[in-house]
Every structure is written in structure tokens, then in C-alpha cells.
Design a protein around this ligand. Structure first.
Ligand code: ARG
Length: 271
């Protein structure tokens, strides 16, 4: 009899549990409906306040990286797009994503512009438009301090780490017999070098040079000179009038001296 009683108690308990669960589920559904509803309205309001949705991949110091102890971004690109947005009367809203997601995000209207140390290439020009170049970059090789690699020719058959979807990856893939490991971020590629999983990193010179003044100085060195001249541009959806507007604003920032001020702040005197 006590067995039956126990079972009954257990059933009552289960039933109570079920009620609580159903209630919780309904509460969660109600909340999420409220939230998405609000989000939609917020977005509409923001649109009318002229918001510029700017996509970037934010692990790319000194162009875009999180401020210390915060998730707000800083860097040359960030301050440049903020100044450009201000000039054009927009409120800038940063959206972070993988580098290889930026162009698809432009084309699906999830962002309005992308600024991410992005090189203007013929291949990309087929799918998006670019502003005039706002910075001239190049590629660089980084190896461990004890390496005897002297140039890109010494990388034949070696393992090269790089960031996915970048010009550094393209360059790595031109090296005969090389094994290419492409990572989501430049930092992960550098870590692979540090941990011995790669013989070299190929990436953007100013980013590697910056890294050499930070974590890189303990284990890495650069070899050779900057390879290629790579112009960075701000990407927009094909046919968007934002490219022209941004060019106009950029010209104004150059005239007013604000562009130079930003440049010296992040890179020192122009060579
Ligand atoms: N300049 C190179 C490219 O366009 C690398 C850019 C990577 N940018 C970034 N934010 N991770 O392919």
C-alpha cells in the first residue's frame, strides 16, 4: 500500500513539474515575442535616424580591435568610419562578423558598408563596389625567431598559417607545395605559428608589424620587405550611392586635416 502511495505522490509531483514547465515555456515564448517585437520597432526608429550599419571583423589591430576591458571597438578603420559617418550625418553602428561573411552581408542588405582593412581586388570588385583607397598596405611574412626562412621562396613545401578569405590566404596558396592552414582570425594564425603548428604566417604588413610590438616580440620575427602594394577600400553593395557619398566625405576629411590627424595617431608620421 505504501508503494502505491509513493507512486501516487510521484505522479502528483510529475504533474506539478509539468505545470511549472508549461508555465515557464509560455513565459519564455511571451518574452521572446515581446523582445523581437520591440527589436523590430527599434530598428525602424533607428533607420529614420539615419543609421549606417558598418560591418567589420574586429581582430585586426591597429585597424579594428576591442578597446581594453570593453566590447567597443577602436582602431584606425573605426575612427575613420566614425568621422566619415559624422560628416555624412549618420549614426554609425558597428556589426562584427567573420571576414569572409562581410561581402555576403553587404549583398543580403544586413550591413550598409564594410570597413575591415579590406584590400580592393579585381575579384571582389566583381561582387561589390569600393570607395577610393584610404590606406596603402602590403603583405608580410612572420616566422619564429629561430627560423632560417629568408624569403617566400624558402616556404616551398612548408606549412603557412593565414586568415580565411584574405589576400594573405591567396598569397599562401601560390607557394609551391605549401600546406596552407586558414584560420578565422589573424591572431589564431599567429598562435599557430607560436605553437609550432605552422612555419610561417602570411598576412597584412601593418597588422603583423603591430603584432610584433605586442605578443609577437617574444617569439616571432618578420622576414623581407612588404610584398605587393594593397589598397584598402570601404566596400558597399554594388550600385549603392554610398560609395560616392563616402568618397566625398573622405575628400573633405583629407582637406580639413582630420584624415592626417587619424593617420598619424595610428601609424606615426606619413612616410
Ligand atoms: N587586407 C586583407 C584582405 O583584404 C586582409 C583583411 C583582413 N581584415 C580583417 N579585419 N580581418 O584580404
Amino acid at each position: 500500500a505504501s508503494d502505491v502511495y509513493k507512486r501516487q505522490r510521484k505522479n502528483e509531483g510529475d504533474q506539478q513539474m509539468k505545470k511549472v514547465l508549461v508555465f515557464l515555456m509560455m513565459a519564455i515564448m511571451a518574452c521572446s515575442m515581446l523582445l523581437t517585437g520591440c527589436g523590430g520597432e527599434e530598428k525602424k526608429a533607428a533607420d529614420s535616424a539615419k543609421v549606417l550599419r558598418v560591418g567589420t571583423e574586429p581582430v585586426f589591430a591597429p585597424f579594428e580591435f576591442p578597446k581594453e576591458g570593453s566590447k567597443d571597438l577602436t582602431g584606425f578603420d573605426i575612427e575613420l568610419i566614425e568621422a566619415l559617418g559624422k560628416q555624412m550625418g549618420y549614426k554609425v553602428e558597428m556589426v562584427s562578423m567573420g571576414f569572409d561573411a562581410l561581402i555576403p552581408a553587404l549583398n543580403s542588405n544586413n550591413i550598409d558598408v564594410a570597413i575591415a582593412g579590406m584590400t580592393i581586388t579585381d575579384e571582389r570588385k566583381k561582387v561589390v563596389d569600393f570607395t577610393e583607397s584610404y590606406y596603402t598596405s602590403g603583405l608580410m611574412i612572420m616566422v619564429r625567431k629561430d627560423s632560417n626562412v629568408k624569403s617566400i621562396d624558402d616556404l616551398k613545401g612548408k606549412t603557412i598559417a593565414c586568415q580565411i578569405g584574405t589576400t594573405g590566404e591567396n598569397k599562401s596558396r601560390t607557394v609551391e607545395g605549401a600546406k596552407v592552414k586558414a584560420f578565422n582570425t589573424q591572431d589564431e594564425a599567429s598562435l599557430e605559428l607560436k605553437n609550432g603548428g605552422a612555419d610561417a604566417v602570411i598576412g597584412d604588413a601593418p597588422v603583423i608589424e603591430y603584432y610584433m610590438t605586442k605578443a609577437g616580440k617574444d617569439f616571432a620575427k618578420t622576414v623581407g620587405e612588404r610584398m605587393e602594394a594593397e589598397p584598402y577600400g570601404i566596400a558597399v553593395k554594388k550600385g549603392s550611392k554610398l560609395a560616392g557619398d563616402l568618397n566625398k566625405a573622405l575628400a573633405e576629411l583629407k582637406k580639413s586635416g582630420e584624415y592626417d590627424k587619424l593617420y598619424t595617431k595610428w601609424f606615426g608620421e606619413k612616410k
